[in-house]
Design a protein around this ligand. Structure first.
Ligand SMILES: NC(=O)c1ccc[n+]([C@@H]2O[C@H](COP(=O)([O-])OP(=O)(O)OC[C@H]3O[C@@H](n4cnc5c(N)ncnc54)[C@H](O)[C@@H]3O)[C@@H](O)[C@H]2O)c1
Length: 312
């Protein structure tokens, strides 16, 4: 397979590149270095081309289209991804994320290449009951500019789909697990960082017992690689979630490594978001496998701080 990955230096991209290399004959990586994770390109052990390109910029559209023409599948990971942080710069996040998706989707559409687009389960917002992909647009309650933009991007792909684009939209739960380009702004990773550095765990005041969907990084990567191999692009939306958990469940797991762990409650601009429990039945029917457990994700992250991981 020949694959282009946008946002390839990020938390997901850096793990994907290391695993996909087994199967790939052409690997094109694109990232604008926004988050400066240069180590993601160290020791890849696979022949690849890397382009430092801001894909939200119109002036880069021709270059982007040339790169898309060289591959048979595009995996689009490029985005500004701090949902809570998006509250302080909603227009900037929308500009970067929406235009990036628009440019890559237009290139895929023009050249007849399928697009794997990563959306987020945060589009569901607060929900009383277990939700699945049939939840109507009017019932979706995105609580951050980041999540609102994800919905807008999904709508754009649906529109382009009616004009010939083939795509798959994967609504990923919050990722946990180790990668060289990992970040620490999402729940599990952030808590593990704080615990490892003897800091109090900062829990959003309303969040302790609320259920949210999470996705083990290894499960996410396997799902992406399988989709590239099977080429089963049906222009659908699919939830990709390893397990739904409360913050308390995560803290209990961390306590096994750090028994004296302390927590403090903090406010967040998006903490009004209540529980939402996301169904992954559709993905299971499609053959997605979930092997990652929270114990494993936490072991991996704790391992890097305790010096147990020698992968570098
Ligand atoms: N990490 C999660 O918990 C999570 C959950 C659900 C969905 N997602 C989605 O998965 C995708 C990848 O997430 P991630 O966790 O790897 O994010 P990340 O922030 O770690 O990586 C994103 C990468 O995109 C690059 N980028 C940003 N804007 C760009 C632009 N205009 N042009 C080129 N590169 C650009 C950044 O430099 C960064 O390396 C994103 O769409 C994100 O919204 C992530």
């Amino acid at each position: 397979m020949k694959v282009l990955i946008t946002g390839s230096m990020g938390h997901i991209g850096s793990a994907l590149v290391k695993k996909i290399k087994i199967d790939v004959e052409e690997l094109i990586l694109v990232d604008n270095l926004l988050t400066q994770r240069f180590p993601s390109l160290f020791n890849l052990g696979v022949s690849h081309q890397f382009y430092a390109l801001d894909i939200s910029e119109e002036k880069n559209s021709d270059k982007l289209a040339t790169l898309v023409g060289l591959v048979d599948t595009v995996i689009h990971l490029a985005a500004r991804t701090d949902a809570a942080g998006s509250a302080s710069d909603p227009l900037g996040v929308e500009h970067n994320n929406f235009l990036s998706t628009k440019n890559i989707a237009n290139a895929c559409s023009k050249l007849g290449r399928p697009l794997i687009h990563i959306s987020s389960t945060s589009v569901y917002g607060s929900q009383k009951n277990l939700v699945d992909e049939n939840c109507s647009i009017s019932d979706l309650k995105p609580q951050s500019p980041y999540a609102e933009t994800k919905l807008k991007e999904e709508a754009l792909l649906k529109e382009l789909g009616s004009q010939g684009l083939t795509y798959c939209i994967l609504r990923f739960g919050t990722i946990y697990g180790f990668s060289t380009g990992m970040r620490f702004h999402t729940a599990v990773n952030k808590f593990a960082w704080q615990a490892a550095h003897n800091e109090e765990i900062t829990v959003w005041r309303t969040a302790l017992n609320q259920v949210r969907p999470y996705l083990y990084l290894g499960d996410a990567i396997n799902c992406l690689i399988k989709l590239c191999q099977k080429r089963n692009f049906t222009n659908e939306v699919v939830n990709i979630v390893s397990q739904n958990m409360t913050v308390n469940d995560i803290l209990e797991e961390l306590r096994k490594h750090y028994p004296n762990l302390k927590t403090k409650f903090v406010d967040s601009p998006i903490m009004n978001q209540l529980s939402y429990d996301v169904c992954n039945a559709k993905s299971l029917k499609m053959g997605v496998e979930y092997k990652g457990k929270i114990e494993q994700g936490i072991d991996e992250i704790v391992g890097i701080f305790k010096g147990l991981k020698n992968e570098f």
